[in-house]
Design a protein around this ligand. Structure first.
Ligand code: ADP
Length: 611
């Protein structure tokens, strides 16, 4: 069903503003685009005038009885002019693309940077993600708004200038001929446009169908799913999905083609009416002797040309309007206000000893759109250098607590403080510099092992430090065995000679990366999830050395892993249910002790069964 809102959305920026935006951007990035456009407009107008006047001028010369020499000269001049204009247009057309691509690339880069640098809550906001996707669509190819707008603007101006010239010419025959041509051309355009707009309004429906088709196709090719597809026999399911959406898309396409057919038929009928009336008048004037042969041909050509300009103006305006809507989405996304302060925030005080105190003061947090708080009135002070463990059931809010501490979200109530100062006043990117982390999802990039650890290109990485961190994380031996050691490329998505590491090895590589950053606060979110029990034990034993003097926050669902921490927090029901050392919590005999007992019983039973 058609979404009534789609056609009614009011863009934040109008057409004139979007054209001005593109001109400003081009002035900054590549001024040549503007000269090329001007050249193309000149060529368009000149070509139409030459075509209009060539035959009438020759006829007029013949009527005047000029000699063959002059006639040939006239023909030669016209031919030369037409060839010259055509050659210039071809040359500009061929070269126009380079500058336009430069401008589009700069917009692509800005959009990419916008998403990489925007406040974290945006990255989890489905509406923002949808808008980013929509915005990037207008920069996808040469035919999308971010580039095609230049052609549209040049065509529109060519149409407007030619229209003005033809109008002056037709007014000489009689203003009502011009009026009739204009009215019927406009009627034909608007009737057609109503039908074409049908498809435009349904672009979301079309987009959704194309997206689903692509989804089914991409899943089938996804390397990560290859094993599941084979084990669970998913191929027929994916094929059925693909076929289903292809069928739906074909139906949609057939419907839209029917609409187009009606538009074309209507256009043909109105053209017949328009040209019939105008040509009829010209013929009757010629028969009455009011027009000579040359004038007759001139006006005859002008009538068909005139409607072409009128239709051209409307159609290019429609195109410009659509492109402007798409550019408006792009600009809205790029100008979306940031909830966090960045460059305008205060710089963070830097301490050589890395000892900072973190505090959550009466913090409550509710995810946007949720109906309850995930965390409620939490008070927590993490002392400089403290090793804190956060435990609790799945969904208790452990990761959310970390997101607040790291400054990924601001609390909905209360404050996060660094050395007693609210972190909202600081440049948030400066604040992130104080944190290092191993998150649950592996976030390696296609690059060498050294680049992944140092998060910079190979030659800028401090190799002795890279190896030291790999050693501490317990993955150095594995890297030494690789064909090119630290220069071995990770991942095969980009490099044919890239290699894949196991989940545990990747987790250790991520740990090495966290150590390399040498930040004051280290956050480890289930860092042993992909490790085997021996590797897990090894990590626990070396935890103090690994985190050194840093403050560290360690999230785990394995309660036994918290022994080596100074303090344990048990998160339940949106708050800190219990806190203390592992031993004190066991002695207390509360929820922590109960959960610990449950887990160790399970592991012991499991171990006995294994034996
Ligand atoms: P834990 O780390 O303890 O497993 P989380 O902090 O990840 O728990 O999640 C706590 C609750 O918040 C869960 O109910 C989860 O569904 C919800 N939640 C987590 N992330 C989001 C999000 N981005 N948007 C909405 N709800 C979320």
């Amino acid at each position: 069903m058609e979404n009534p809102e789609i056609g009614k959305q009011k863009p934040a920026c109008g057409m004139a503003s979007n054209c001005a935006f593109m001109i400003r951007r081009t002035w900054k990035e590549c001024r040549g685009v503007l000269s090329v456009c001007t050249g193309l407009i000149f060529c368009g107008v000149a070509a139409s005038l030459l075509e209009l006047f060539v035959v009438p001028s020759i006829l007029e010369a013949v009527e005047r009885g000029v000699g063959p020499g002059e006639l040939l000269r006239l023909i030669a001049w016209f031919t030369l002019g037409m060839v010259g204009v055509r050659a210039l247009r071809e040359y500009l057309d061929t070269n126009a693309i380079f500058g336009r691509i430069t401008v589009r690339s700069s917009l692509c880069l800005e959009l990419h940077m916008t998403f990489c640098r925007t406040s974290f809550p945006h990255t989890e906001d489905p509406d923002y993600i949808k808008r980013i996707k929509k915005a990037s669509k207008c920069l996808d190819s040469n035919d999308d708004a971010g580039e095609a707008i230049w052609q549209t603007m040049a065509d529109l101006l060519t149409n407007l200038i030619s229209f003005a010239i033809f109008l002056l010419l037709l007014c000489r025959v009689g203003p009502w001929v011009a009026l009739l041509c204009m009215a019927l051309s406009a009627a034909s355009y608007f009737a057609g446009e109503r039908i074409r707009a049908w498809r435009y309004r349904r672009r979301e429906e079309e987009g959704a169908l194309l997206h689903k088709m692509a989804y089914a196709m991409d899943r089938g090719r996804d390397m990560k799913l290859a094993k599941d597809i084979r084990i669970f026999g998913l191929a027929p399911w994916l094929t059925q999905l693909y076929e289903k959406y292809t069928r739906l898309y074909q139906d949609f396409f057939a419907r839209s083609q029917r609409y187009y057919l009606w538009a074309d038929l209507l256009d043909a009928a109105l053209s017949l009416l328009r040209n019939g009336a105008a040509y009829g008048l010209l013929i009757s004037m010629a028969l009455r002797g009011e027009l000579g042969a040359a004038e007759f041909v001139l006006y005859f050509t002008a009538v068909s040309g005139f409607s072409q300009w009128v239709t051209g103006i409307f159609s290019k305006l429609g195109e410009l309007h659509r492109q402007s809507l798409e550019l408006s989405v792009l600009r809205e996304v790029m100008d979306t206000p940031e909830p966090f302060r960045f460059e305008d925030g205060k710089p963070l005080p830097v301490k050589e000893n890395h000892l900072y105190q973190l505090e959550l003061r009466d913090v409550s947090f509710r995810y946007p759109g949720a109906d309850h708080d995930t965390l409620s009135h939490v008070n927590l002070t993490i002392r400089p250098g403290e090793k804190l463990a956060v435990v609790g059931k799945n969904g208790a809010g452990k990761t959310t607590l970390i997101k607040l501490l790291c400054g990924f979200y601001d609390p909905t109530q209360g404050q996060v403080l660094l050395d007693g100062e609210d972190i909202r006043q600081y440049d948030r990117r400066d604040y992130y510099k104080h944190f290092s982390a191993v998150f649950q999802q592996f976030s390696t990039l296609a690059g060498t092992m050294a680049e992944n650890v140092a998060q910079t290109t190979g030659d800028k990485a401090n190799l002795p430090r890279v190896w030291d961190c790999l050693d501490q994380a317990g993955v150095a031996d594995k890297i030494r065995e690789l064909p090119e050691q630290e220069n071995t490329k990770l991942g095969r998505e980009v490099y044919l000679d890239g290699i894949d590491l196991s989940g545990g090895q990747l987790q250790r590589l991520m740990l090495a990366r966290a150590l390399y950053k040498n930040a004051p606060v280290v956050v480890l979110d289930e860092p042993t999830a992909a490790l085997d029990p021996i590797a897990e034990r090894d990590l626990y034993q070396r935890y103090s050395d690994l985190t050194g003097h840093c403050t560290s926050v360690y999230i785990s669902h394995r309660l036994a892993s918290t022994r080596f921490c100074d303090r344990v927090l048990l998160i339940e029901n949106g708050g800190i249910a219990e806190e203390g050392t592992h031993e004190s919590l066991l002695k207390r005999g509360g929820r922590y002790a109960y959960l610990f007992e449950l887990q160790s019983k399970y592991y012991k039973e499991g171990a006995m069964e294994d034996e």
